[in-house]
Design a protein around this ligand. Structure first.
Ligand code: 2AM
Length: 181
C-alpha cells in the first residue's frame, strides 16, 4: 500500500520565510523545510495498482497557471485546544478550483470526495499540549503576515511515509499547467 496526496510545492524562497517564523512556542512541532506544501487533496492508502491508475488519471486534468499568495495565520482545532497552526491563502479560488478538478477526476478511479470541506492552507506546526498564553502572542506577533505572490505552474502527486520522527514526503509525479510544459 502507498499513502498518497496531491499538493502544490512552494518555492524555496517562500519556504525560507516560513521557516524564519518558526519558534517561540513550547509544544509546537514545526514542519521541516521538506514538509512544507499546500495539500490539494488527501488520497490516503491505496494499493500499487490503484496508485498507478491515479498517477495516469491526473494527467487528464487541465488547468491554467495562476498566482498564489500566502497570507494570514489560522488554527485548526478549538480555541481551547488548537491542533495546528497554518498559513492561509489570499483569494483561494484557483486553488479550490484545482482541488475540485482533482476530486472529480479521482471519482473515475472510484475514490469518493473527502468528508471535510477543503480549506487552502500550508501547515506550519502541530500543537501538542498547552501553549498557555504563547499562542495568542504568536498570532499577534505575525498578524498581517503575507508573502509575495508566486506563480503555480504545476501540481504534484506525493507519497507520504509516516515514521516516529514525522512524515517523509516523496514527489512521485508532476502535472504541468497549460502552456507550462
Ligand atoms: P495537514 O497539513 O492539514 O495536516 C499529508 O498527510 C498531507 O495531507 C498533509 O498536508 C495533511 O494536511 C493532508 N491531509 C488532509 N487530510 C488528511 C487526513 N485525513 N489524514 C492525513 N493527512 C491529511
Amino acid at each position: 500500500m502507498v499513502r498518497l496526496f496531491t499538493a502544490i510545492q512552494l518555492p524555496e524562497t517562500q519556504k525560507e520565510v516560513l521557516l524564519s517564523m518558526m519558534g517561540g512556542l513550547p509544544h509546537a512541532r514545526w514542519q521541516g523545510k521538506d514538509q512544507l506544501h499546500l495539500t490539494l487533496r488527501f488520497i490516503g492508502e491505496v494499493d500499487k495498482t490503484l496508485a498507478e491508475e491515479i498517477r495516469l488519471l491526473l494527467f487528464t486534468i487541465s488547468f491554467s497557471p495562476f498566482h498564489l499568495c500566502l497570507q494570514g495565520l489560522g488554527l485548526f482545532g478549538s480555541k481551547r485546544k488548537p491542533r495546528m497552526i497554518w498559513v492561509g491563502v489570499e483569494k483561494p479560488e484557483p486553488v479550490i478550483s484545482l482541488s475540485q478538478k482533482i476530486t472529480n477526476s479521482l471519482r473515475q478511479a472510484g475514490l469518493p470526495p473527502e468528508n471535510r470541506k477543503f480549506k487552502a492552507h500550508v501547515s506550519l506546526a502541530r500543537i501538542k499540549g498547552n501553549n498557555g498564553l504563547k499562542l495568542p502572542w504568536f498570532l499577534e506577533e505575525h498578524q498581517g503576515f503575507g508573502l509575495d505572490p508566486f506563480k503555480v505552474t504545476e501540481f504534484t502527486l506525493v507519497q507520504s511515509h509516516l515514521s516516529h520522527t514525522g512524515a517523509d514526503y516523496k514527489i512521485l509525479e508532476r502535472y504541468p499547467a497549460k502552456g507550462a510544459q
